[in-house]
Design a protein around this ligand. Structure first.
Ligand SMILES: [Zn+2]
Length: 359
């Protein structure tokens, strides 16, 4: 495993951590409450893009500059901090102090709006930005120039094979303890939808039934034209054979037009299907649930459960609320796919809400 150390004085700034993929909900701002950790304790993720202050308005960049950054549709502004910031869990940092003068935030915590707010306790160098304000997934973002990665003598967890992941079937339930759709699902589906509208090529799609339809259909009804489906979407990945096909008037055999595949939780690489399907990556913890943990509602018993019976364990498998995918994550992802330059996709991008939900 590795630790991160101060680049100036060599003080060790984290516990040993191992790398995981940057989560789909990294760019999600959700609600008005304290959020959980962005990455699990003992892990780190790297954001390959520029990160944090200073920010520059879109109009100040040339098209060449934005293209070089891999952003192909306009955003209000772009961060200009050094690319490659490293997210760790706040409890995994060591030997750091907060910089009181940099404590910008909206209400419940720090937003990092005025640059790095964490310094090395030994030498005082600015080394990180802690973000824990309401609505932000909590993380300490190490400044890539200010830290060094050092190998330590702690065995690294091996990169899991797809077969192991399919055997474990580790997944995030779609409903949170409060009975709402889980925010990570809303972000994961928002990210997948950006790839899905590109793969659909402006045509109506058929979805497999059950929860896949419940979470993708509401946004697709807004984003894609209505009509008889011309392309078929199916779950494809490790441990599946022919499961998840819609049979909605399309072939139902052979390779689907669009394969909804898992994205590896450690490497971030999507599963590669054998055939020529267009690939739509989906966070593995959500994909595993869709592939292996779907439950089918039973017919209600007469009279149902009495109102005074509390049923908080286990969590309900579904909620009656319509699923709303995260619009910010959708736009963030779509802006980084070169296809968004096509006029019909650009129209979808321009008409999508800048925050909130796709509806
Ligand atoms: Zn230092």
């Amino acid at each position: 495993m590795v630790v991160f150390a101060c680049a100036r004085c060599d003080a060790v700034l984290t516990v040993p951590v191992s790398r995981v993929a940057l989560p789909a909900h990294t760019h999600q701002h959700y609600g008005h409450e304290l959020m959980p950790l962005l990455v699990e304790p003992g892990t780190y993720a790297v954001n390959p893009e520029h990160f944090g202050a200073p920010w520059r308005r879109w109009a100040e960049f040339s098209e060449e500059e934005t293209g070089a950054r891999g952003v192909f549709a306009p955003e209000f502004s772009l961060p200009c901090g050094t690319p490659g910031a490293v997210a760790v869990a706040p409890g995994d940092t060591r030997g750091t102090v907060l910089i009181p003068e940099r404590s910008e935030g909206y209400c419940l915590g720090l937003s990092g709006g005025d640059g790095p707010n964490v310094a090395c306790a030994r030498c005082g160098q600015e080394v990180a930005t802690r973000i824990d304000d309401c609505g932000y997934w909590q993380a300490v973002w190490l400044v890539p120039d200010a830290v060094r990665r050092l190998d330590v003598d702690v065995p690294e967890p091996p990169v899991a094979s797809w077969e192991e992941l399919a055997r474990e079937r580790r997944s995030t339930p779609p409903v949170d303890p409060a009975g709402h759709w889980d925010a990570r699902w809303q972000a994961a589906v928002g990210m997948a939808l950006a790839h899905l509208v590109v793969a659909a090529d402006g045509r109506p799609v058929a979805l497999p039934g059950g929860l896949v339809t419940a979470v993708f259909r509401p946004a697709l009804d807004v984003l894609l034209p209505q009509g008889p489906p011309e392309r078929e979407v199916a779950l494809v990945g490790p441990g599946l054979s022919g499961v998840g096909r819609s049979g909605a008037g399309l072939s139902g055999v052979g390779e689907p037009d669009i394969a909804l595949v898992p994205r590896h939780p450690q490497t971030g690489e999507p599963w590669q299907p054998a055939g020529g399907s267009a690939v739509v990556p989906l966070e593995a913890d959500v994909w595993m649930h869709l592939a292996f943990h779907q439950t089918h509602p039973l017919p209600p018993a007469t009279g149902g459960v009495p109102l005074d019976v509390l049923r908080d364990d286990p969590l309900p498998p579904h909620t009656n609320h319509l699923f709303w995918a995260d619009a910010r994550v959708f736009r963030h992802t779509l802006a980084r796919l070169p296809a968004v330059r096509r006029p019909w996709l650009r129209k979808i991008y321009d008409s999508a809400p800048r925050g909130g939900w796709l509806r």
